[in-house]
Design a protein around this ligand. Sequence first.
Ligand code: 5GP
Length: 183
Amino acid sequence: MPNDDSVQLYDSLFALLISADQVAARVRELGAMLEQRYGDKQPIFISILSGAFVFAADLIRAFRAPCEVSFVKLSSYEGMQSSGVLQTVLGIDTTLEHRHVIVVEDIVDTGRTLHFFLAHLRAQQPASLCTVTFLRKPTAALFPVEVDFVGFDIPNRFVVGYGLDYNGLGRNLPGIYQLAEKR
Ligand code: 5GP
């Protein structure tokens, strides 16, 4: 596994982009911002699996007020159109009506996942709905999606770590690493 500056997964080398210390500091800030807005509202955090589980685990502990947590797994998309459709949503086991909902995402790339998931959630008429993503790429503009809180805006490169994987590996890295070169 890594020295601090790079890590090899399969045949690919990844270079450190955001250190574990930077990650931890930013998550504390995000938790404090959310606490300011939702500290008296008993929100429910909904974390999108699998990638967001590490971020969500840290974020809820940086949010020092009563809250609930739930997890969803989103299935693949249907159709070949650019406006592909979210097929199913598994896992929300509680009603969201009149709840303050905070959606936790690992990374917004095209915005497609959040765009469709938020529409699904809005239909359940929560009292409020906000989104927090740990990372965001410039391509996020492809699908119209409002992200309320962003950990880091990053270049349009494939990244791993802090919950994000490359073919199953890399989720346990405490920092964020970007694809450097292929051997
Ligand atoms: P979107 O629907 O916004 O295009 O993509 C969001 C999802 O694509 C993320 O939740 C994540 O699973 C995956 N994804 C996008 N970019 C990356 C990346 O750089 N690395 C990894 N590991 N997954 C990514």
